[in-house]
Design a protein around this ligand. Sequence first.
Ligand SMILES: Nc1ncnc2c1ncn2[C@@H]1O[C@H](COP(=O)(O)OP(=O)(O)OP(=O)(O)O)[C@@H](O)[C@H]1O
Ligand SMILES: [Mg+2]
Length: 299
Amino acid sequence: MTMLVDQASHLRSLVRQTRITRRRATVIAITSGKGGVGKSNVAVNLAITLSKGGKKVVLLDADLGLANADVLCGIDLQCNLSHVIARRKELSEVMIKAPGGFSLVGGASGLARMADLSDADRQRLVDALAELEDQADIIIVDTGAGISPNVLTFTQAADHVLVVTTPEPTAITDAYAVIKVICRRDGTARDPMAANDNTKRKMSLLVNQARSPAEARVVYERIAKVARQFIGTTLFDAGSVPLDDQVPACVRRRTPFTIASPRSAASQAIQQLAMKLAAGVTPTGDGGFFNRMSRWFRK
Ligand SMILES: Nc1ncnc2c1ncn2[C@@H]1O[C@H](COP(=O)(O)OP(=O)(O)OP(=O)(O)O)[C@@H](O)[C@H]1O
Ligand SMILES: [Mg+2]
């Protein structure tokens, strides 16, 4: 009898361990072609909103060389990713609790060395990212702008790439360029005449600083159409965040707008995005978070 009880408890503990080791965070890379479109503000405020909704969220500020998520959060960092690259700290040691309850891994600013990492250093960062995967539900990576190897390393390591643009023609053109490069890198760009979409990771477009949802929708449709026609990829519609005076006002106060101005239009837009993302995170065995999220995006 005692032996049976022992076996049962051993089994239960094994199941518990298996559950823990099988847990895998969803990695969302937030990127853009043009700089200054609002990636870091979206990343920080999405992290806060998802955390408030009960998710364990880690934000990795991977805008290597020009990081500033810590500034947006009003935090003075002692250690950052440059210490991880230099092998002076583990990633978990540089992670700190940020306002709103998420964990921040801060990036380095003003270090040319970080902006121009070797392949081995980049690999080390991706390996470190993998270590974080069993400690979080969602890992958000603010990749910085453009198509540098640093940015592409993180978009390739992600489950989902959220491309941020504004309605400006220059931002739209650059968003398309970055989508093209990511797809080529993935090997997912296909012959425009081919019938099936073989995209490995999901990619979606968020239109920030939109003057209306209708304006955002037009921007999305333009980019999605050329992405489908000329790259052969499906770009999902992540919606929009309105142009809102509260955003620059909160940046100046070094307080994220979802904390300082939770009723603002921008906060509500982030809340909508986060709620839909969070709804898909619970494991239900129906093909995973991103399959479910894509269904939502298609609605
Ligand atoms: N929805 C918005 N409404 C009004 N202003 C905004 C909005 N989003 C961003 N901004 C303005 O744009 C500025 C740049 O935003 P942010 O730093 O988040 O962009 P970024 O894409 O991360 O820039 P970088 O490419 O330099 O990393 C903010 O300081 C803010 O003033
Ligand atoms: Mg930024």
